[in-house]
Design a protein around this ligand. Sequence first.
Ligand code: ASP
Length: 326
Amino acid sequence: MDLPKLAIAALGGTVSMQARNAGEGVIPTVSGETLLASVPELATLARVTVETLGLLPSASLDFDFLLSVLSWAKFQIRQGAVGVVITQGTDTLEETATFFDYLWDHDEPLVLTGAMRSAAQAGADGPANLLDACRVALAESSRQRGVHVVMNGQIHSANAVRKTDSLALQAFSSPVVGPAGMLMENTVNYLRLPGRRRILPLPQLTTQKIALLEASLCADTLLIENILELGYDGLVIAGFGAGHVGASWVEVIETIARKIPVIVATRTGSGSTAQSTYGFTGSEMDLISKGALMAGFLCPRKARILLWLLVGCQRQDELARFLVQN
Ligand code: ASP
């Protein structure tokens, strides 16, 4: 039987980590080929092309590298792959998934996965996650759904998924909406219809800088006051509650919003910002009246990715439209 073609890229992360010597911490060393050898069953499902594109902790991935990974993945689709799987560290998975989702203009699925336990740990989850991710990438039902994160038997949409636990096996969730699907008895099951996707062109600029600051009790204004002078092209604030800041930040946000886009998201980890509920100084209504935009359900880190991409293709004027539909 002619098996479908599947492409896998390894970027590093815990799934690729092991210790060089006993007693040392784990570091990324395991190649894509070795990861593939941990899932022999895959050979019965697909003809696999595997490449090690990087061996990095995911905190050290950067946008230029991700663009080169994207171009590799798009090439694989043009070469006939029915789907692409990328393994990487879990620390930034929620950001890379968003990054790829805004740029993935294929019907074929792009699936990201990783592991919470390294290969030598008892109960390592890397092989199971990789096999699940491949099943999702091969499934007909995954077409036209964009980018997903597959971890611990769950399928999460790129725009909803967050890492919500630092070390637990069940580290990923999609607050409010829940997982888009799950794997049961080796089959791929979606729990809802695909949502509407917004695709952006590839950024022509990659040197833009978007700052991300978190509101905190009695925070000083030293950093935020210097955002413009430091040359930032956009600012995202992880605000209190439904998108709020302390009164001392309001005037400076107004000044910044006259020059560059300012997005206020919620730092709570779940839920949406408000639009028209609170009227105090520093509330969402006050900040909107001063030129800031509310992130809706987009978490601060995903809002920063969106703004970076929009500035990169000089479409920051459309930001409000992208935030409304969350
Ligand atoms: N703890 C991380 C992981 O799960 C390390 C990383 O993100 O690279 O892969």
